[in-house]
Ligand binder design. Structure first.
Ligand code: SAM
Length: 283
């Protein structure tokens, strides 16, 4: 029965189906996830269930979201289906995370060997729907570098700031293409996001802060000020920005890529006072 379901199965590139085949990596992921019976685990994109079986053995409850109908059918036959396992066939980007922990498990963990074509949208969704505690994610190496980067380093940007604002991020390990079938064309890495109880810095208006960060990186070769004067048609004047930056001991010819999260927060908290209605009827 199981074999029949996958008899004509061809991995679909469009869904990023690069399945793990190396048991050592599976073991490493399960070890790093440190799953207990108090945990509810959501797996995004379970594929043929190589991680799922291990998760089921350790967790209190397991919810699997998988877009591929054939793989869902296969999983329902292959996994030891009990009350504690739920397989949901849907696009994770359309899935409501708030519905997962209805039984109030102590810890809501996420585990995923992510489909790489939507890595960033999935991470942005996780940061928007912050109802989980930890996420152990296999991502492209390049995305891991962007997330873990610091000011002044080439890969530092919007993603580093947004993820760092909400999460404590840990690099777990690099993963070579050989451990997947089919082999992806890029290297991979495992990272762990631990949701902070409170964001990393105090920000008066998050929407304004994130727009500021976006604009600051909109043209990487331009200085921060030259990017900001085009900020959301708010008519920020160069002279005013120079004065504010000098108050913050920041050089007026600095580029956005040199500013830390703390400095973006300070700048945002000063600028927002000029736009008290920001987000109410604009932006
Ligand atoms: N976890 C499995 C493993 O490690 O072998 C499969 C990982 S594979 C890289 C990504 C999985 O995500 C595939 O099974 C694919 O069908 C699924 N997937 C792709 N896009 C998805 C989406 N939008 N929502 C849910 N699952 C998706």
């Amino acid at each position: 029965m199981n074999d029949n379901i996958l008899f004509n199965f061809r991995p679909r590139k469009k869904w990023g189906q690069n399945f793990l085949k190396d048991k050592n990596i599976v073991f490493k992921i399960l070890e790093e996830a440190n799953i207990t019976k108090q945990d509810l685990v959501l797996e995004i994109g379970a594929g043929k269930g190589i991680l799922t079986t291990g998760i089921i053995e350790k967790a209190g409850k397991v919810v699997v979201v998988e877009i591929d109908k054939n793989l869902c059918l296969y999983l329902e036959n292959y996994l030891p289906m009990t009350d504690k396992i739920k397989v949901i066939q849907t696009d994770f980007l359309k899935f409501n995370l708030e519905t997962v922990n209805s039984e109030n498990y102590l810890k809501f963990k996420i585990i995923a060997n992510l489909p790489y074509y939507i890595t960033t949208p999935i991470i942005m969704k996780l940061l928007k729907e912050r109802v989980w505690a930890e996420a152990l994610l296999m991502v492209q190496k390049e995305v891991a570098q962007r997330i873990l980067s610091s000011p002044g380093v080439k890969d530092y940007g919007r993603l580093s700031i947004i993820v760092g604002y909400y999460c404590d991020v840990k690099f777990i390990s690099d993963v070579p293409p050989e451990v997947f079938s089919p082999r992806p064309t890029v290297g991979s890495a495992i990272i762990k996001l631990i949701l902070r109880k409170k964001p990393f810095v105090y920000v008066k208006n998050e929407r304004f802060f994130f727009t500021l960060v976006k604009v600051a990186f909109s043209k990487r070769r331009k200085t921060l000020i030259n990017n900001l004067v085009t900020f959301h048609n708010l008519s920020l004047k160069k002279e005013m920005l120079c004065t504010i930056l000098s108050r913050l001991n920041i050089s007026s010819d600095i580029r956005g890529e040199k500013l830390s999260i703390e400095q973006f927060a300070q700048l945002s908290n000063i600028l927002i006072d000029f736009f008290p209605n920001y987000g109410l009827n604009n932006g």
